[in-house]
Ligand binder design. Structure first.
Ligand code: GTP
Ligand code: MG
Length: 364
């Protein structure tokens, strides 16, 4: 656990409520009686989790039952701990229902979604002036942010490097569609106070974005001290340097809870079907005017969306992004289904083998 987060066994001044605990959590926890403790996951290190509990913190593993079910707590999850003070150990035995679940579709083989953080109120999509400032990249982040149920805010960092900071937001205006866009400089502090309305006590904010955009530098600025390691800009290439390697929750002085994340290399769209509609609201609105209700806005006659591109009301790049994300989603769904078919085939093969073995036994 980082030096600024209370270490295992260390005391801290935060109550469960300060950590975001609500009546719903209380209700969900009420079925537990006995040596059980509620807590919130602050950090995961491979097979152990650092948990903030009322006034202190513990390090715990998870029960065999959770492991068998493949239920691994994410940073931000509220969990139930079986506390065994006599043995000096704690074990996570349950994960309380998640208010929001921030996941990215796996871009690799397998296609399963990866939970980045849980119970997030607001997502700061952090980008930086320069090559990272890209409307298409922001659309992808927005789709997964919308799908999570959390409210997205776009933060353009390193405004000090821009020739004209006043026009930074315009560069991504086509992608932001009504989402707040806040240019800041985490290094100079310029504009950082404009984030205050999104940082009320007990709300949870997750920082996401590519490596090197300055997420950890922003955490350090908001904490008022260097709690996270950052790397010198010249160490970064286009793929970033990936200085932060574990997700971690911090309690800001003002009482907001902020999760720093490692830079995201690729953002799969697998988890974002629900988020695509919110990312392209103007396309969904235009689609109301299409002749066919299942219009794909490709070659169908009477397509109001393509008409808007033709008359210049809708940027062609915007429709291009929409098509790309929808196609990617369809591909990931197919992949998931093909995976199921393979699984089925494997099962039938196994059943066949068992039946053959049974046949052999009968013949003896
Ligand atoms: N000029 C300028 N540089 C900044 C600003 N914010 C961060 N940097 C620099 O950008 C580099 C990367 O910053 P980090 O905070 O480590 O970036 P990160 O997003 O946490 O990166 P990962 O942990 O790899 O995901 C460092 O050299 C910072 O000093 C800023 O507002 N202006
Ligand atoms: Mg970092």
């Amino acid at each position: 656990m980082n030096q600024s987060t209370p270490r295992c066994g260390e005391k801290h001044p935060y109550t469960l409520e300060d950590l975001g605990w609500t009546d719903e959590h209380e209700k969900a926890f009420s079925k537990y009686a006995g040596p059980y403790l509620p807590g919130r996951v602050a950090c995961r290190q491979k097979t152990v989790w650092d948990i903030l509990v009322d006034g202190g913190s513990v390090t715990a593993g998870i029960s065999g039952a959770l492991r068998k079910l493949g239920r691994f707590p994410a940073v931000g999850d509220f969990v139930v701990l079986l506390h065994q003070p006599e043995a000096g150990t704690s074990m996570i035995v349950d994960i309380l229902p998640q208010k929001t679940r921030f996941a990215r579709g796996s871009t690799g083989r397998g296609g399963s979604d990866q939970v980045i953080a849980a119970n997030i109120d607001t997502v700061f999509i952090v980008t930086a002036a320069g090559h990272d400032l890209n409307a298409r990249r922001i659309e992808r982040f927005l789709a997964i942010a919308h799908a999570s149920g959390a409210c997205p805010v776009i933060v353009i960092n390193k405004s000090d490097l821009a020739d004209d900071p006043a026009t930074l937001a315009d560069e991504i205006a086509s992608a932001s569609s009504g989402i707040p866009v806040i240019p800041i400089s985490a290094v100079s502090g310029e504009g950082v106070d404009r984030l205050d309305p999104y940082l009320p006590p007990r709300t949870t904010i997750a920082l996401i974005g590519s490596s090197g955009v300055g997420k950890s530098t922003l955490i350090n600025r908001l904490m008022g001290r260097p709690v996270q390691e950052t790397s010198h800009t010249r160490d970064y290439d286009d793929k970033g340097r990936h200085t932060t390697t574990v997700r971690q929750l911090f309690v800001l002085d003002g009482g907001a809870l902020m999760i720093d994340n490692p830079g995201l290399r690729e953002v799969g769209i697998g988890a974002a079907s629900a988020g695509i509609a919110d990312t392209f609201p103007e396309i969904l609105e235009l689609a109301e005017g299409c002749r066919f209700s299942d219009c794909r806005h490709e070659e169908e006659p009477g397509c109001a969306v393509r008409a808007a591109v033709a008359d210049g009301t809708l940027p062609a790049a915007r429709l291009g992004s929409f098509h790309r994300l929808v196609q990617e989603l369809a591909f990931e769904r197919d992949k998931a289904e093909i995976g199921l078919v393979r699984l089925e085939k494997k099962r039938w093969k196994a059943i066949g083998k068992i039946q053959r073995d049974i046949g052999k036994t009968k013949g003896r």
